[in-house]
Design a protein around this ligand. Sequence first.
Ligand code: PMP
Length: 459
Amino acid sequence: MKHQRSTAQWREMDAAHHLHPFTDTASLNEQGVRMITHADGIYLWDSEGNKILDGMAGLWCVNIGYGRKDLPEVAKRQMEELAYYNTFFKTSHPAVVELSHLLAEVAPKGFDHVFYTNSGSESVDTMIRMVRRYWDVKGKPQKKTLIGRWNGYHGSTIGGASLGGMSYMHEQGDLPIPGIVHVQQPWHYKYGKGMSADEFGKLAASWIEDKILEVGANKVAAFVGEPIQGAGGVIIPPASYWPEVQRICRKYDILLVADEVICGFGRTGHWFGQQQFGFTPDIFTTAKGLSSGYMPIGAVFVNNEVATTLAAGGDFNHGFTYSGHPVAAAVAHANVKALRDEGIVAAVQEDTGPYMQKRWREAFSRFEHVDDVRGVGLIQAFTLVKDKASQTLFDNWGEIGLMCRDIFFKHGLIMRACGDHIVSAPPLIISKDQIDELITTAVKCMEIFEQQLKERGLA
Ligand code: PMP
């Protein structure tokens, strides 16, 4: 595509008019933005012609990879046929019906109903309202409190940011809202020193039981967690955690909600993260991989019991102008069908996922300041540590992570720093050769990083 402006002009216009999310505007404008102009497969190109390997699939969302030719065709056809109509007043349209049917096929058994949104945050807010409505209809309106986790991420709306456990988000805008409480995350490395994985998983689950008893089971509506905490730094709980969480939720008659916005649609090699960890929620939220980022769309999946209860309550007074938007629905349908029929999710399970995990562990375990090298499917991470033997983290959590991330960027590789966790989640279509390329570049960057640590006297 021909662009008529120079990078400098774009930077100037961006600085003059565009407020960026999660950004220190003043410091960004000083540096100037990087303009991404096009993309193909797992690669991005910037306005200066640099080719960049996207080890993060955008924001963990471009599962199918960039540059598909079929998805824009589907969007064009749908726009021509029916660009928009709502689904509020006794109406539906073929695109949303076809998508719903397909989603019931790929979802775990018993999840035959979905409610559409435009994003992960909206899916989470929809879920919060659904959970509270569910208990109202059940005749237990006092069950209103939701339990989330510290360092969990559930979006940026008032509900999502409250349920999430990011203190730097809570600090802005008087969050969390009432009726939301948090428990500690199942981060074995930090909170389970000296314990076996099995023991720690059960201990971390018991913190939820403690919180339920503290609030009163008759007041707790739901526990909500990401199967793997993504933005929190790819915190993978021990195998004993989720089954125990499920047992506790059932024991106290509390809804179990999985936020599958990152794990959903193949990231772990299963369709949904709950299948990786062997638990069955009552509700789960999705977005991102549902359309692989080609259109904004999210969906809340509810099990048949929740669907029946909500239906018994009459009107559910909730919805968005673009719930089930025809173009987004048509594109999501084509995307999910391709993830299934082209064997993309299956390849993550059987081939590229195991290969990535083997290579990732071999490549990074040897570094002096890297520990807790972990991952599953195509989501992986390691933690930068001051001292491996004593499992000591660096002071000023996050500072070293950013320094490391900047080295990756400089070498044409996008990985993300979540505090001092370095994380990666590339498009699911990445090949084994491309995994080798990602690892080779990352290893080179880590060598530079450890050298810089020494030079700056930080280690
Ligand atoms: N939940 C989880 C688990 C997420 O990772 C995210 C986004 N990273 C969200 C919710 C919010 O999604 P969105 O940015 O589409 O609103």
